[in-house]
Every structure is written in structure tokens, then in C-alpha cells.
Design a protein around this ligand. Structure first.
Ligand code: AP5
Ligand code: ZN
Length: 216
């Protein structure tokens, strides 16, 4: 199955993506995670992406699209994938459609995770990420047993640079201006399904899976 997750920053895309991808047995492809991995390795791509990410802006399309194309050409993505964070504007969505058509494929469903701005700020200001395994925690909603330490692997937890309040506000504006138009784009394609992404993580996953069964 070929699935795209769309939703504002902090909607829980990364959190849900890991459960949904493992349920569907497809790779989870997160452009944010790929950029962050490049930032921590200090690559040229990482240096360029960091300038945009720290301001809450989108990384230029030509860079992002080339990176996604390379990833989609890998063997494990041939039969299906879950995209988290891509596409993020209409030009990216148009290129993705063309790219998949080249492989004789198309998207099955675009799942929109809906949350309001106050919830986004609550979630992002308390988010902590493990430096070793990448697992995402929340200081209130999903705290590890020992503050600052990942329960899964014992790694150190850190706060993302773009989770400062003023950057979160800019990311929300960028979402409204550039990413929200994807909703009507995919509605017209007849593959959009929206779910309420508030409430316990497991309940949101169940809502997502029941929608996917309708499209699968
Ligand atoms: P990206 O990493 O994609 O960031 P984002 O879209 O802003 O989304 P987040 O990762 O912040 O949130 P999420 O929805 O995954 O939420 P999470 O599950 O972590 O992109 C970062 C940057 O990279 C962009 O700003 C841009 O610069 C660049 N970029 C990426 N893709 C690009 C593209 N295609 N084009 C151009 N540039 C691009 O959850 C958040 C918190 O809430 C966690 O603490 C979690 O524990 C908690 N939580 C989750 N679910 C629940 C729940 N149900 N109840 C309570 N708490 C919950
Ligand atoms: Zn960890």
C-alpha cells in the first residue's frame, strides 16, 4: 500500500507512522528524519537543510524532491511505503504523482491527522527525542521512567532546535500557507481521508487503521 500522512507539525505523524508502517509491513519514509540524520552527520545536505529547518521554513523543493526520488527507488519501497512529511506543498505533490506514474504506480490514500493549534504547541513544547534510537517521548503525555533518559535504549533525550515557541508558530504558518492546500488537491483526487488525531495514541492508531482498511 502507498500511503501519505499529512497534518500540522506535532499532529503525531511520526508517532503514528511507526505503528502504521509496521502494521502494513512497508518502510516509513520521513523527510524530516532524513534531514535530521544528515544534520547530525554534518553532510552538505544537512548543513543546507538546517538553515531552513531552524527558521521553520521548507527546504527547497529541488533538494527535497531529489532526496525522496533516491529513497523511493530503493528496493524496499517498490511494493509500498508510508510517507511522513512529504509532499509538503502542491508542486511536491505533482512531482510525486509523476514519479509514481513512471513506476506504473499511484498513491492509495492520503491520511490527514487533525489537531488544533493549542494542542500542537502543548505537544511540541514537551517533545523529547532519543539521541541514540530516535524514539519520540513527551514530558507529560508519554514520559520515560527516568527524566531525560530513553526507556527503550538508555539513550539521552534532547529537545529539537525547531521546537522553540517562535519557530513552532512559523512552522504552523508555513503549514497553513503551503501544506494545507494539499488537502483540497487530494480531495479532488478522491484519496483523502481525515481523522481526529486527539486522544490516546493507541486510539488514533485504531482510527487510522480502520480508514486504511477502507482504501486497502
Ligand atoms: P518534520 O520532522 O516533518 O516536522 P513536522 O511536520 O513539523 O512534524 P513533527 O515531526 O514536528 O511532528 P509530528 O507530526 O511527527 O509529531 P510527533 O509524532 O513527533 O519536518 C521538520 C522540518 O524539516 C520542516 O520544518 C522543514 O524545514 C523540513 N522538511 C521536512 N519535510 C520537508 C519537505 N517535504 N519539504 C521541505 N522541507 C521539509 O508528536 C509530537 C509530540 O506529541 C511528541 O512528543 C509525541 O510524544 C506527542 N504525541 C503524539 N501523539 C500524541 C497523542 N495522541 N496524544 C498526546 N501526545 C501525543
Ligand atoms: Zn532510545
Amino acid at each position: 500500500m502507498r500511503v501519505v500522512l499529512v497534518g500540522p507539525p506535532g499532529a503525531g505523524k511520526g508517532t503514528q507512522a511507526q505503528y502504521i508502517a509496521s502494521h502494513l509491513s512497508v518502510p516509513k519514509i520521513s523527510t524530516g528524519d532524513i534531514f535530521r540524520a544528515n544534520v547530525s552527520r554534518g553532510t552538505e545536505l544537512g548543513k543546507l537543510a538546517k538553515e531552513y529547518m531552524d527558521r521553520g521554513e521548507l527546504v527547497p523543493d529541488e533538494v527535497t524532491i531529489a532526496m525522496v526520488r533516491d529513497r523511493l527507488l530503493q528496493d524496499d519501497a517498490r511494493e509500498g511505503f508510508l510517507l511522513d512529511g512529504f509532499p509538503r506543498n502542491v508542486p511536491q505533490a505533482e512531482v510525486l504523482k509523476e514519479m509514481l506514474a513512471e513506476f506504473g504506480a499511484s498513491l492509495d490514500v492520503v491520511l490527514e491527522l487533525k489537531v488544533d493549534d493549542e494542542e500542537v504547541i502543548r505537544r511540541l513544547s514537551g517533545r523529547r527525542t532519543c539521541r541514540s534510537c530516535g524514539k519520540v517521548w513527551h514530558v507529560v503525555f508519554d514520559p520515560p521512567a527516568v527524566e531525560g533518559v530513553c526507556d527503550a535504549c538508555g539513550g539521552e533525550l534532547f529537545q529539537r532546535d525547531d521546537d522553540r515557541e517562535e519557530t513552532i508558530r512559523r512552522r504552523l504558518e508555513v503549514y497553513q500557507e503551503q501544506t494545507a492546500p494539499l488537502i483540497s488537491f487530494y480531495e479532488k483526487e478522491g484519496i483523502l481521508a481525515g481523522i481526529d488525531a486527539t486522544g490516546p495514541v493507541e486510539e488514533v492508531t485504531q482510527r487510522a487503521l480502520s480508514v486504511l482498511r477502507r482504501f486497502g
